[in-house]
Design a protein around this ligand. Structure first.
Ligand SMILES: NC(=O)c1ccc[n+]([C@@H]2O[C@H](COP(=O)([O-])OP(=O)(O)OC[C@H]3O[C@@H](n4cnc5c(N)ncnc54)[C@H](O)[C@@H]3O)[C@@H](O)[C@H]2O)c1
Ligand SMILES: CC(C)[C@H](C(=O)O)[C@@H](O)C(=O)O
Ligand SMILES: [Mg+2]
Length: 351
């Protein structure tokens, strides 16, 4: 079992360090390598995703990714910015299905941005498409007819891209409560109309799943009004990015939401994938030992489950995180005082 750790920038190295300690403590004999990404890789090698990093990633069974993003790099040409590392990995490795589960842990009901009785009902999965949409369309700066500057990013989805993510989402719903809500903006966007048409077609293959559709503006509202109504949400790259940050605050903090990015490639142990917290490099708290590493530790659990076939070990990690929270080990993001290392220690002690 081989995995590659990509710490990245800002709080990325701090949170991945804690997740690595947890993986090591399980004693599974996993071979771990480190590889440079993001602003750190740009500063060391002149590129946010050096070819060596991609080669190491391809040779492993899975990737544990911290976060990328560095304010020093925000004025670089776009293809050299840290964020290109994560976008490049997702695209180059065809990791098109991003699973972002959001569930309220026991003891966190009072720490949600929502009322406890609303928050406690949350147990949803966002299935976000990751290889298409406005993220990867033609983009640029040009001069408009009146001589002023214009920026543009083309939004599009082709049928096959929608089909493959729809299958992932329907199968996920079959394994849960059997409800799938497809979120789009079909009242305005042709991209979304195609999305909706294809999802309806694929539904014929999953008659046991109850399918509904919701416009993204309404979905944002429903996520805070009554998030308990959702089981699985399937949506495009941009809407999924936004809704998942929103869902994180509904369960308590952005420092709690893990994710798995999967494709179709199988390894000797499971499905090849990249695992990362949904948050970024948090430059405002980087280097201060304040970051909550739980999202990254929970991402490591997803890695063990999906890419390494180690479901029991994944359960152990999730249970240890749950116990730490129940025992009141809360980071500042959740209104507590525990620092990054202290949270890591608390999870290790409960493994
Ligand atoms: N996948 C990724 O690597 C990824 C994801 C999102 C943003 N980014 C990048 O990160 C940089 C900062 O972006 P941003 O500020 O919009 O988003 P962010 O997620 O980094 O931070 C948003 C807010 O949440 C807080 N926060 C985030 N993670 C936390 C944690 N684990 N514990 C406690 N608090 C936490 C931060 O302190 C900040 O106040 C940008 O360069 C952005 O492009 C990268
Ligand atoms: C850093 C950025 C490219 C990324 C995205 O938009 O996908 C991030 O916000 C995320 O949620 O993983
Ligand atoms: Mg995001």
């Amino acid at each position: 079992m081989k995995i590659v750790i990509m710490p990245g920038d800002g709080i990325g190295p701090e949170v991945t360090h804690e997740a690595v300690r947890v993986i090591e403590a399980l004693g599974l004999g996993i071979d771990m390598k480190q590889a440079a990404v993001g602003g750190a890789a740009y500063k060391a090698y002149g590129h946010p995703l050096p070819p060596e990093t991609l080669a190491i990633a391809e040779a492993a069974d899975g990737i544990l990714f911290g976060a990328v993003g560095d304010p020093d790099c925000d004025t670089l040409e776009r293809h050299l910015r840290p964020e290109q590392a994560i976008l490049g990995l997702r695209k180059a490795l065809t990791l098109f299905a991003n699973l972002r589960p959001a569930k309220v842990f026991k003891g966190l009901e009072d720490h949600s941005a929502l009322r406890p009785e609303v928050a406690s009902a949350i147990d949803l999965l966002i299935v976000r498409e990751l290889n298409g949409d406005v993220y990867f369309g033609e983009k640029g700066y040009r001069t408009a007819a009146d001589g002023t500057r214009e920026g543009y990013d083309v939004m599009s989805y082709c049928e096959s891209e929608v089909r493959r993510i729809a299958h992932v989402a329907f199968r996920a719903a079959q394994g849960r409560k059997g409800r799938l809500c497809s979120v789009d903006k079909a009242n305005v966007l042709e991209t979304s109309q195609l999305w909706r048409d294809v999802v309806v077609e694929i539904h014929k293959e999953y008659p046991d799943v109850q399918l509904s559709h919701m416009y993204v503006d309404n979905a944002a509202m429903q996520l805070v009004r009554n998030p308990g109504q959702f089981d699985v949400i399937v949506t495009g790259n941009l809407f999924g990015d936004i809704l998942s940050d929103q869902a994180s605050m509904c369960v308590g903090s952005i420092g709690m939401l893990a994710s798995a990015s999967l494709g179709e490639r199988k390894t000797a142990h499971g499905t090849y994938g990249l695992y990362e917290p949904i948050h970024g490099s948090a430059p405002d708290i980087a280097g201060q030992g304040l970051a909550n590493p739980m999202a990254t530790i929970l991402s490591a659990a997803m890695l063990l489950r999906h890419s390494l076939g180690q479901a029991a070990a994944a359960d152990r990690i999730e249970a240890a995180v749950g116990k730490a929270l129940e025992d009141g080990v809360l980071g500042r993001d959740l209104g507590g005082r525990a620092g990054t290392t202290e949270i890591g220690d608390a999870v290790l002690a409960r493994l």
